[in-house]
Design a binder for this molecule. Structure first.
Ligand SMILES: [Zn+2]
Length: 395
């Protein structure tokens, strides 16, 4: 058994997909899009701008898809080049990790060398089985007399540090952590003994994170009962048709739950159609905010902001833009439809703070930006804004 790890780079493949149009985008345009995405990534480091010339940006939404396409292509090419007797007898892959089994070591070396010869920028490393076992992703795969056995694998560097029980997070996130660990252990373990031993392991790790022992025991009991119930009772009762509205609320401890209950109560009292809320809590004060590792963006390069321009006479204007702030500011300087430009033409000696516009707020999403702008206009009452708000406010 061998585990290969691949490091991949950009590569856009052509496909003969029968579909010619997708949401108004032609097949030719669609083929150009990944290439354009890969070749137009810029980033800032130590105050300088760079263009990424190789690889896909970390966190790019297209990266997992490209990685999958490329790995498929690389493996296909390697398999085409080798003889049937040297091909792996078992092959599993998850993105860049490949698990393969061969009948002899010679076949492994041939496959490994062929795989590494497919692309100059893709290099695989290999990990051979040790004492009849090999780690692959979260699995520890072992060879026994009766066949293959699996159990949960953790890297030697795994510290056992999970969310502390006293953390200021919604209750369900703590519960989900316990159930998530139990479920993973259960899914991976191939025998009852392996599952039991992993459950005990999880229990001791969670206790070290101050999770109450009785709570973990209750979760284990619930988990096993639920699993048993579903396996015996496979039929499910279909809930009545209701509309669900997703609602994001900041997490503020117990008060969050009170607000949720009150909203549900009022909705049930006044709603004509049956519907329910699905609440999602989010943290507004994340720890990572205290450890910024990225270069601070230039004031004028920011986007999705609400800004305030102030004149030397005291007149002011509030606006919003989803583009770079500097682009919008330049429009104010020269576009005669702009209220700021009109003010300057009427008063040639006046000056605006174009180099240092005040940023009042920043938010993603067009609707959200309009709402923020309207609220800030209402609050600041700038005299150069013709409209009281960009969207109607019921305040
Ligand atoms: Zn003025």
């Amino acid at each position: 058994m061998v585990n290969f790890k691949g490091i991949f780079v950009k590569r856009v493949l052509t496909s003969n997909d029968a579909c010619t149009q997708f949401q108004g985008i032609s097949q030719t345009q669609m083929k150009k899009l990944p290439k354009w995405i890969c070749q137009s990534t810029t980033f800032q480091f130590n105050g300088k701008f760079y263009k990424q010339i190789d690889s896909v940006a970390m966190g790019s939404p297209i990266a997992p898809l490209l990685a999958d396409v490329i790995m498929n292509h690389v493996i296909d090419q390697a398999l085409k080049k080798i003889n049937v007797q040297n091909k792996p007898i078992v092959r599993w892959r998850y993105v860049g990790d490949i698990f393969v089994a061969f009948n002899d070591m010679n076949a492994l070396d041939i496959f490994f060398d062929t795989l590494n010869s497919v692309h100059n920028n893709i290099t695989f490393t290999k990990e051979l089985e040790c004492v009849d076992s090999l780690a692959f992703l979260d699995f520890l795969i072992g060879k026994t007399q009766s066949g293959i056995q699996t159990t949960t694998y953790r890297k030697p560097t795994h510290s056992g540090l999970y969310t502390h029980w006293t953390s200021f997070i919604p209750h369900h996130q703590k519960r989900n952590l316990v159930f998530g660990l139990l479920d993973r252990a259960d899914e991976i373990a191939s025998t009852y003994n392996a599952m039991h031993s992993e459950f005990m392991n999880i229990k001791s790790m969670l206790i070290r994170n101050e999770c109450p022992k009785a709570y973990i025991d209750r979760c284990i009991m619930k988990y096993l009962n639920k699993k048993h119930e579903t396996s015996v009772n496979s039929f499910t009762i279909t809930p009545p048709m209701t509309t669900t509205i997703n609602m994001r609320l900041p997490y503020r401890g117990e008060i969050t739950y009170e607000v949720r209950r009150e909203m549900q109560r009022r909705v049930h009292r006044y709603a004509i159609m049956p519907f329910q809320f699905r609440f999602v809590s989010y943290e507004t004060n994340k720890v990572k905010k205290s450890f910024t590792y990225k270069d601070k963006q230039n004031h004028l390069r920011r986007s999705s902001v609400v800004y305030k321009l102030t004149c030397t006479c005291g007149s002011n204007y509030i606006g919003q833009t989803r583009r770079n702030l500097i682009t919008r500011i330049n429009e104010h300087k020269f576009d005669q439809r702009s209220e700021v430009c009109k003010h300057l033409l009427a008063n040639p000696t006046h000056r605006f703070n174009f180099k240092q516009p005040e940023i009042l707020g920043s938010i993603f999403g067009q609707k959200e930006l309009h709402l923020l702008e309207s609220l800030l206009i209402q609050q600041h009452q700038p005299n150069l804004n013709v409209d009281g708000s960009s969207i109607p406010l019921l305040l």
